[in-house]
Design a binder for this molecule. Structure first.
Ligand code: PBG
Length: 345
């Protein structure tokens, strides 16, 4: 029989607390930890970015991005064979043109560097998912992501150029085009142009919420794409804004995006989580060049354990809700996670 004191004590000590609940029980062994692990990082989640240049036998390391190279087409062939052996399912291509001009003509040239690179990828491995970045900054003499008119970036004049570029990528065999210029209406322009040219099967990955970020620094060196005047804050997002990011994503989906991206990743994991909870489409995040460079620099100084830090970071992106991660670490991760060679040339 309970007296009043016993009753009080049992109410003050709900059954689920210590010492009944011991969180450490399920952390005791590796197999137990694996059993209750909520997030898995797989090689199949990773997309590897590649920088393609003209010329022959070029394999030049990018100084601010150790282990990342400028590759000519012959080297790309070897690279795709290696990525295939490593079980990496997708690549995203960035091209450095032979010449830059006001409108970025090589961007939509059927013999342009990216168009040739797409064909090389598909020749080596028809199954590998080939994505292309659709933007103008690497190709234009002024380094902006759109057409410049009176010192400003003209949104509407840019759209046909982006659309034409996407169609040329599709014609060369791209599976997915990824508009990253942050022009309003760009997804709509691409979808219409692709459909009108018989490429209704080519998917669009929208760089939907792309922030004006200092973390793109090493990429701009690698792609030779810094703006020659001003910056990108007229078209890329203010890093302080989350609601606006959701609106950008909603608009791109309404325009016909198949998948959306949050970029950069690390300083924006809250946006990844918000996007995951709000929209029911495949969600990518871009672990950008500056994030990569920071890890590499610290690792090379012996200040951090590179393998553990990279796996922890990429896992955090998945835990935040990303389905796929564009990352320069992809090859290393493939080695670390161990992969079987399912494919031989
Ligand atoms: C093109 C583009 C950029 C990146 C991807 N596509 C640079 C920029 O917007 O300035 C950055 C990728 C990276 O930093 O790894 N607009």
């Amino acid at each position: 029989m309970l007296n009043e004191l016993d009753l009080q004590i049992s109410l003050e000590r709900p059954t689920a607390t210590f010492p009944r609940a011991r969180m450490r029980r399920l952390r005791r062994t590796e197999n137990l930890r694996v059993l209750v692990r909520e997030t898995d990082l797989n090689i199949a989640d990773l997309v590897y970015p590649l920088f393609i240049v003209h010329g022959n036998d070029v394999r030049e390391e990018i100084p601010s991005m150790p282990d990342v190279y400028h590759l000519s087409l012959d080297q790309l062939q070897r690279e795709i064979a290696e990525l295939t052996r490593l079980n990496i399912k997708g690549v995203i291509l960035f091209g450095l043109p032979a010449r830059k001009d006001e409108v970025g003509s090589e961007n939509f040239d059927e013999r342009g560097i990216v168009q040739e690179a797409i064909r090389v990828c598909k020749r080596v491995n028809p199954e590998i998912v080939v994505m292309t970045d659709v933007c103008m900054c690497q190709y234009t003499s002024h380094g902006h992501c759109g057409i410049v008119r009176d010192g400003k970036i003209s949104n509407d004049e840019t759209l046909p150029y982006l659309a034409r570029t996407a169609v040329s990528h599709a014609a060369a065999g791209a599976d997915i085009v990824a508009p990253s210029a942050m022009m309003d209406g760009q997804v709509d322009a691409l979808r219409r142009a692709l459909d009108a040219n018989g490429f209704d099967d080519v998917a669009i990955l929208a760089y939907a919420s792309k922030f004006a970020s200092a973390f793109y620094g090493p990429f701009r060196e690698a792609a030779d794409s810094p703006p020659r005047f001003g910056d990108r804050r007229q078209y890329q997002m203010d890093s302080a804004n989350a609601q606006e990011a959701l609106r950008e994503i909603a608009l791109d989906l309404a325009e016909g995006a198949d998948m959306v991206m949050v970029k950069p990743a690390l300083a924006y994991l809250d946006i990844v989580r918000l996007a995951r909870d709000t929209f029911h489409v495949p969600l990518a995040t871009y672990n950008v060049s500056g994030e990569y460079a920071m890890v590499k620099a610290a690792a090379r100084n012996g200040w951090i354990d590179e393998r553990k830090v990279v796996l922890e970071l990429l896992t955090s992106m998945k835990r935040a809700g990303a389905n796929m991660i564009l990352t320069y670490h992809a090859k290393q991760v493939a080695h670390w996670l161990g992969s079987e060679p399912p494919y031989t040339q």
